[in-house]
Design a protein around this ligand. Structure first.
Ligand code: PMP
Length: 355
């Protein structure tokens, strides 16, 4: 730490991203990326002519992309804001709407960035335990006088709330925001975007990193009322006006317009997820019911750390969380069928030859 870091950040514990080895030595199942490349339409959109245009700034409003997203979801352009990954969108939301008096409440087990954002902006962290079965206890979030942040499906459990539950959260928290982080919604959940017509306090956050294979392009967005989007733009223009770069905006537009490719990729990931769950259950694993592109799995004979280490030593990278109630599990991203066959084979080897 340098002597210049200001006092309020001295104790800040930043988010730790999953390992990103750059040499492709591993079957990489640790950060919920797609096993499929982006749509061929994306490759076509990123032409040499467009690369040459990188000398020019991007459109600060990312209009063509915003229009494509708005059309896809049947909402107005003024209801959409794009960002440099959904992490940036979440940062804008926390900055705009949260402080010591207007705190956020979220599940104790959820996306690790939520408490980090709380700490960054100086609001006291406030979380609610999950139920015994690892589901979100919706009743605990009603009328608490705080803005609610829910990842749906939740991470790292993969468990999804119904739209009825999301609606209950919005209805019973009038005057407070309900932020639904739908990073994994396309893998079997139901998006809350249609509820925007009914609830002015709802913000839905999505990403192109998972179901649209663009994690490296960094693109996320949120959908909300025009007033909320205007507030968020105020923050964006006070922070980073050209937050979506030219190539990412083109890639995102091409990706969301290629509905056929998207549908095929998502369907295959769901199929491979169900195959993996069945295979792991045959080996005696407990697997939480997932509607995401990952599963949370544990085995009575080994804790999560041991599983993680054994798999890593054999060339398969998964994610382990050193946190209460999570230590019995590893989070496994759903890769290609071949990746998952390798995973199952490696798990079997680990069981036959314990290290
Ligand atoms: N929300 C959740 C629940 C996530 O798991 C992630 C991925 N780490 C994100 C948001 C952020 O995704 P990105 O910034 O790549 O859009």
């Amino acid at each position: 730490m340098s002597r210049y870091l200001i006092k309020k950040y001295k104790a800040l514990e930043p988010y730790i991203p999953g390992e990103q080895p750059q040499d492709m030595r591993y079957v990489k199942l640790n950060t919920n990326e797609s096993p499929f490349p982006p749509s061929p339409a994306v490759v076509k959109a990123l032409s040499a002519a467009e690369v040459k245009k990188l000398r020019l700034y991007s459109d600060p409003e990312a209009r063509a992309l915003t229009r494509a997203i708005a059309d896809y979801y049947g909402i107005s352009e003024a209801q959409v804001l794009c960002g440099n990954g959904s992490d940036e969108i979440l940062a804008f939301i926390y900055t705009a709407f949260s402080d010591k008096e207007n705190g956020m409440i979220y599940p104790e087990i959820s996306y690790g960035f939520y408490p980090v954002f709380s700490a960054l902006i100086g609001e006291p962290p406030c979380s609610v335990p999950l139920k015994e079965d690892y589901t979100v206890d919706v009743d605990e979030y009603l009328g608490r006088g705080k803005h609610v942040v829910i990842a749906n499906p939740n991470a790292p459990t993969g468990i999804c709330l119904s739209l009825t539950d999301i609606e209950r959260l919005a209805e019973k928290n009038a005057g407070r925001l309900v932020i639904v982080d739908e990073a994994y919604i396309d893998f079997g959940g139901e998006s809350a975007i249609p509820l925007l017509k009914k609830y002015e306090n709802l913000i839905v956050v999505q990403t192109f990193s998972k179901s649209r294979s663009l994690a490296g392009a960094r693109l996320g967005f949120c959908a909300a009322s025009e007033e909320i989007i205007a507030d968020l733009k105020k923050i964006k223009y006070s922070f980073n006006p050209y937050n979506v770069n030219r190539l990412t905006a083109l890639a995102g537009k091409a990706a969301i317009e290629d509905t056929e490719y998207f549908g095929k990729c998502v369907a295959e990931i769901i199929r491979v997820r169900e195959f993996t769950v069945e295979e792991l259950k045959k080996l005696g694993f407990t697997v939480l019911p997932s509607k995401a592109n990952f599963i949370f799995a544990g085995h009575a004979d080994k804790d999560g750390k041991r599983l993680y280490e054994e798999l890593k030593a054999r060339g398969v990278l998964v994610r382990y969380f050193d946190k209460e109630r999570l230590r019995g599990f590893v989070r496994i991203t759903i890769g290609s069928k071949k990746d998952m066959k390798t995973l199952i084979q490696t798990v079997k080897e680990g069981m036959d030859n314990p290290r």
